[in-house]
Design a protein around this ligand. Sequence first.
Ligand code: MRU
Length: 364
Amino acid sequence: MKVNGKDMRTIWVDNDVVKIIDQRFLPHELKIISLDTLEDARSAIADMKVRGAPCIGATAMYGLAVAVRNDPSDTSIKTAYDTLNASRPTAVNLKWAIDECIGALDGVDETKRADVLFKLSAKNCDDDVQMCSNIGDFGKTLLDEIAKHKNGEVINILTHCNAGWVATVDWGTAISPIYKAFNAGMNVHVWVDETRPRSQGARLTAWELEQHGVPYTVITDNSGGHLMQHGLVDICLVGTDRTTATGDVCNKIGTYLKALAAFDNGVPFYVCAPSNSIDWDMSDGLKEIPIEVRSGEQEVGWIMGRDEDGIIRRVTTMPDPAKTRNDAFDVTPRKYITGLITERGITNASRAGLLQLFPEKAIS
Ligand code: MRU
């Protein structure tokens, strides 16, 4: 997508150097940094310089490539795999990406390993862009249907966290259908959940939509249910960090509450799920998906923003010391999900639905 009118992706290679946008500084500063070592990649993921399941996967793949370029030995590959695998626990795209790398290295001579991984990473990024674009096209068909009943009135879409292009390589998952609809001239407006504690909605989704010119309004995390009760939400579109083979969805904390409100108010609730965020080995999201718990002291206790003088500051709103807790994700059981939008089409949130689209995953 465009930033200040210029095409950008979240991760790219420039003169053999891997570059990423350090998302911690958005929307106030567009800071670009290099990944030169395994530690750079680990810290990019763990410290959330990059975030969003597909973007984490792409960074992990390039991280392994960089580590192997620096040291192509079997020991180095094992260290890189274990280090990256431990960097964030919930998004399954990470493990998918590094498993792909290990598969591609099978039988490859040490001298050729880095080259294989850099090529694989570049292909993975292009594939990710295509998947997200397809999700956008399929998701737009739902918005087309809604438009038929709205006589040109605005279509209100609620989204949570950031599942836009900065969460992927390009296009995004949940925001991709919105970009496609907006580009086609449709009258869309996005309710952007602020998404505390790290404010991915207010900082990143709002920035992306602003850059692209899509109308949006940032709302507090507690507003969505109220807006749904008053007929102000036509559809919810969210992303996923891990979808079980049975259609349970793990996404940013607060997604579950939006799904409950949508269910109660008859608002369609769709999850945009690229296939590399589906965990075919899991069937019970609540019991099996590892939920990341981050520092409450750092992330709940403090908030960062720009003050009236334009200075970026961290401030706290709490008494010292206040107890905090910071579960970063929650699970939305499949019964609350109207459908899953994948790169192969839209299906219901169930094993049968997913297997219809991905028959090669059936266990014979
Ligand atoms: O903690 P984050 O910012 O990595 O969480 C991101 C989300 O929850 C996204 O909704 C999810 O990764 C889907 S991204 C296309």
